[in-house]
Design a protein around this ligand. Sequence first.
Ligand code: GLN
Length: 617
Amino acid sequence: MMPTAPVASAGNWAASTPPLLRFLNACHRDFGSDNSGEIAHYIPELGKAHPDHFGISLATLDGHVYEVGESRVPFTIQSMSKPFVFALALDTLGAGRVEGVIGVEPSGDPFNSIRLNAENHPFNPMINAGAIACSGLILEAKGDAAFDTIRQALSRFAGRELDMDDAVYSSESATGDRNRAIGYLLRNSGVIKADVSKVLDVYFRQCSVLLTARDAAIMAATLANRGVNPVTGEQVMTPYAISRTLSVMTSSGMYDYAGEWIYRVGIPAKSGVGGGILAALPARLGLGSYSPRLDSHGNSVRGIRVCEALSSHYGLHILSRSDDARNSVIADYNIGKSASRRSRRPQERKILADHHQDVRVIELVGTLSFSNVDYVSRELASRPRPQFVIFDLRRVAAVTPAGSRLLAEEFWELARFNVTVILSGIDRASAQWKSICEWTAGLSNLRNYPLLDDAIEWAEDQVVYRHGGNIYAVETAELSEQALLAGLNDTELDRLASLGGLKTYRPGEKIIMAGAPARSLFFLRSGVVHVKLPSGIRLATVSAGMAFGEMALLETHRSADVYADASVTALEVPLADFERFREDNPRAGERIMRNLAQLLADRLILANTKLNLLTAN
Ligand code: GLN
């Protein structure tokens, strides 16, 4: 029975219920009436569980946790501890040691089967034999601290301190002879070397750790997130241990129901006789459920139904996925379409116009995966090779290991053709770029800028140099060269010059402060200034012959800071004098306002072009 469609039951929930929560509520309601199955009695204390308790929780990889029903009722973890202790063993003792004594083949047997494989090793770590072997390995490595090491590892997966249920532990210890038999068999075949009773004590304690459906969801989400707990952000285990753990959950997590499970539900999962099930869908979610009535395989009846419903309703089968390789390129252009914010003199402008294809900018977004990066490399190869490629990565949320590898290889490929690669918008020291940086160490053609605009400006400068331009030429621009004053005659210009005072500024000096009253405008005579928002975003770089602070003509307060880049001389004209000049010289006043409108229109066109680059395809 599928949960009813949201529309049918819309009145039951507040209007703002996220659909996924609505779905979980429907599962809870619909499957809550299924009273089939039996509570596990072979561990007497488990028989005391409340048969009607039913909690569901789903944790997303951005750390949101949905909860329905008895999601905070504690129960014992039992076999759901197995995947985590296997991961712990891999990371603690090394894969070679662990894989040398525990197999990874499904056994098709029940969880408590007393049967080893042809090498006299446990079939896999998801059944009791393999799990007891894991506990033995942890004991070997940690001695008396073994159980606490396990408890702490489970706690890190859950993101909170987990305790143990003493009554369940004593109950299982008192009745656990079948597991002891398995332990002796393992010792007999050399899989465990430690004292069997000590190994079993660790195992029984580990099975008695208390958790809730919420904890199970977060633990599963940590598995689904390559070992990073999405709530605490902690990398709990290595990606290797996590992926191998998910492998054995996929093939053997549901005991003698495992084949059927992965065929029908298709989500790696693990159950426990305490009534818990956790399911980890890589890169998507973690699900935890608690309902103590079990089917004949020892899996929670209602929990299984929740997993089945979630998988079929949303089509979440792990092998039923597709992806669009193109979706990480948000913009791809050259500097002819969108240049840096630096204002350029005519000679530089000409060089850049002639060579606009030399600088290509690719803005990327989201996750850089194997397919996305491959697509980007083909896009780059499909057009004439530029001399500079800027990859803007500020919107990149993650890079998969395959994506990093391929990206590093692409950088090497570009270097072979002497193409300079410039990255913007990343912190190269951050964890996610670490491997790329390692794989590109020794690559001299790789540069890094925090801001895209700075990266474009640097590449433009290189193009200008390569074609004989000189961006730092000391140049003085007369008032007659000012774009804002175009069309004024000499008398008008002289009159205007007499109203102002010539100011000089040292490199780095602040000339205008955002928020201050706008009482003057400046005509830059020599040097370079840049206009910056208080947030640090640079709006423009202005060179000799341009005005700045000219928005004073329209606005009462300064909207941005202006700093001198180099030694600067500028004519500062008080606004009051300027207004009087306009009144006394209406023709000149009219020209100036037209020029201003033209400059603003140019800026608007530029801004629109930039916006279109991002939205148009
Ligand atoms: N502690 C239980 C046992 O070993 C765990 C079994 C399970 O949850 N399937 O019997």
